[in-house]
Design a protein around this ligand. Structure first.
Ligand SMILES: *[C@@H]1O[C@H](CO)[C@@H](O)[C@H](O)[C@H]1NC(C)=O
Length: 124
């Protein structure tokens, strides 16, 4: 049985410190290590599904990211979201993940607004 992580990050723009080329290898290594130890998630396999949060110019899109979050939620019912990273893409997705009661872990979301109580599902 799969446990799915829903990943929403900039796919190629490495100007963002949380872009997929920077985060992806660590995530793949973590998934591989978890799956290599059968005592961690007995009878389950950790997998991830990736969606790009960039617009066609490679910039974080606050309109695309929440649509990707909804698509991932309905397609996979993920146990957690990884990303988004940009503050203005993390904001709407963080409101959804709070509503869905699903954790959202991000290396970004640097805006001070994320340290209040409005986004209890976000860990950054
Ligand atoms: C589990 O995940 C793998 C890899 O993403 C996929 O190929 C497979 O179809 C999934 N199985 C189920 C039951 O969802």
């Amino acid at each position: 049985q799969n446990i799915t992580l829903a990943v929403i990050l900039p796919q190629s723009n490495t100007d963002y410190p949380w872009a997929w080329p920077r985060i992806g290898p660590a995530l793949e290594r973590a998934v591989r290590n978890v799956n290599a130890d059968p005592t961690l998630l007995p009878d389950h396999q950790l997998v991830y599904a990736f969606k790009n949060s960039e617009n066609k110019n490679g910039i974080c899109s606050e309109s695309i990211a929440p649509l990707m979050a909804v698509d991932l939620k309905f397609a996979y019912d993920p146990w957690a979201f990884i990303g988004p990273g940009c503050s203005y893409t993390a904001s709407p997705v963080g409101l959804f993940t709070t509503h869905w009661d699903v954790p959202m872990v991000t290396a970004g979301a640097p805006a001070v607004a994320f340290y209040g109580g409005v986004y209890p599902s976000i860990t950054n």
